[in-house]
Design a binder for this molecule. Structure first.
Ligand code: TXA
Ligand code: MG
Length: 340
């Protein structure tokens, strides 16, 4: 199959909508990462998303909407705390898990009776969903296990030949996948931190929000994941990643020493620390935690492109978007975290 990469003109959006209506797959930009979209009501189309990504069958898809009236064909109930979060953060990078209704096939939700719903704020994503007039099931548009895709070129590299169309909306603003919360219990539980931070959720709800088990630490053998995605190895480049936490001077000294024993090391660090790593190639995490989020997946892919075998990633503290950055980079490192 020939994979076209096209700018988001009206013609492209019509084409994308038509492909979705006919049960096909497209790559589409969102404000978080690129998605691999299909008609969420079409069981066969959902199965082909799993096949294209090589996604484990037990990992459910997120269903994307472009207006609130679509919800009645997706969920059987809107819990009151879910409603508060929708009012505060939709459209935007927040995914809410609610009880599913029958029109969404079990192929979309990996047999769960709950469904994850997201209302993206990206104008191209909104236009495609609106034009197609159907809920779009879309996981991140990467091969399973690889870093998520934040540019159309990344999508092309992972999925060339497997899908007919990638709509190029430029680089994704947030750079990490949406925040995922479970709204099916009495209290909201945070299952995947993202651009909508834990602090923002707590402020909107007026109460503390618990982190799901397994979100910031590896699950122990036999422990059941609240979100199937937590079970799988994620975001990993081919290079070996280690996360280094602790006081800055110790961290820098440790990395400089370790790098001497590596064939092709590099450092992923904040711009202001670049000067501490003379002689070691630097992948820039930017100047702020938000920029680290925006740059992380592209940097991990770049490490492979440039042939580095070892990435020493600077850690952040867990406030604000730092929690999301650490959630992804620790998984990319297979939880290989060194605290000095
Ligand atoms: O930002 C995003 O959310 C992107 C863009 C494309 O919208 N999508 C995305 O999808 O990141 P994906 O499939 O890569 O991640 C979906 C996560 C997985 O960890 C999955 O296990 C979890 O959401 N999930 C989906 N449905 C669930 C459910 N019913 N219960 C628990 N977890 C669920
Ligand atoms: Mg993903």
């Amino acid at each position: 199959m020939l994979t076209e990469v096209l700018p988001p003109s009206e013609e492209t959006i019509n084409k994308a909508a038509e492909i979705l209506q006919n049960g096909g797959l497209i790559g589409l930009p969102t404000e978080t990462v690129y998605g691999l979209g299909c008609d969420a009501r079409n069981a066969q189309a959902c199965l082909s998303v799993f096949a294209a990504k090589g996604r484990p069958a037990d990992n459910p898809l997120i269903v994307h909407i472009s207006n609130l009236s679509m919800l009645s064909d997706i969920v059987s109930e809107i819990p009151s705390k879910a409603k508060i979060l929708m009012d505060a953060f939709w459209p935007g990078p927040l995914t809410i898990i609610m009880p599913k209704c029958d029109k969404i096939p079990k192929e979309a939700t990996a047999n769960l009776d709950t469904v994850a719903v997201r209302f993206p704020v990206h104008p191209v994503a909104m236009a495609i969903i609106e034009k197609a007039g159907l809920p779009v099931a879309a996981p991140s548009a990467n091969l399973s296990g690889r870093p998520s895709t934040t540019t159309a070129e990344h999508v092309f590299r992972d999925l060339n030949g497997k899908i007919p169309l990638i709509v190029d909306g430029g680089a994704c603003q947030v750079g990490l996948e949406s925040t995922v919360v479970d709204a099916t219990k009495e209290n909201i539980v945070l299952l995947r931190p993202g651009g909508i931070t834990r602090e923002m959720l707590e402020e909107a709800l007026g109460e503390p929000v618990a982190l799901g088990k397994g979100v910031m630490e590896p699950l122990k053998d036999g422990e059941k994941a609240l979100s199937p995605g937590l079970l799988h190895k994620h975001y990993a480049p081919k290079a070996e990643v280690k996360v280094i936490l602790g006081e800055e001077s110790k961290r820098c000294a440790f990395i400089r020493e370790e790098a001497k024993n590596c064939a092709r090391p590099c450092v992923l660090c904040m711009e202001q620390n670049r000067e501490n790593f003379e002689g070691i190639p630097v992948l820039s995490a930017g100047n702020t935690p938000e920029e680290y989020a925006h740059n992380l997946f592209a940097a991990l892919r770049q490490a492979d492109d440039l042939g580095y075998t070892q990435v020493f990633a600077e850690g952040l503290d867990l406030s604000g978007v730092g929690l999301a950055v650490m959630n992804r980079v620790e998984r990319a490192a297979g939880f290989h975290v060194i605290t000095l």
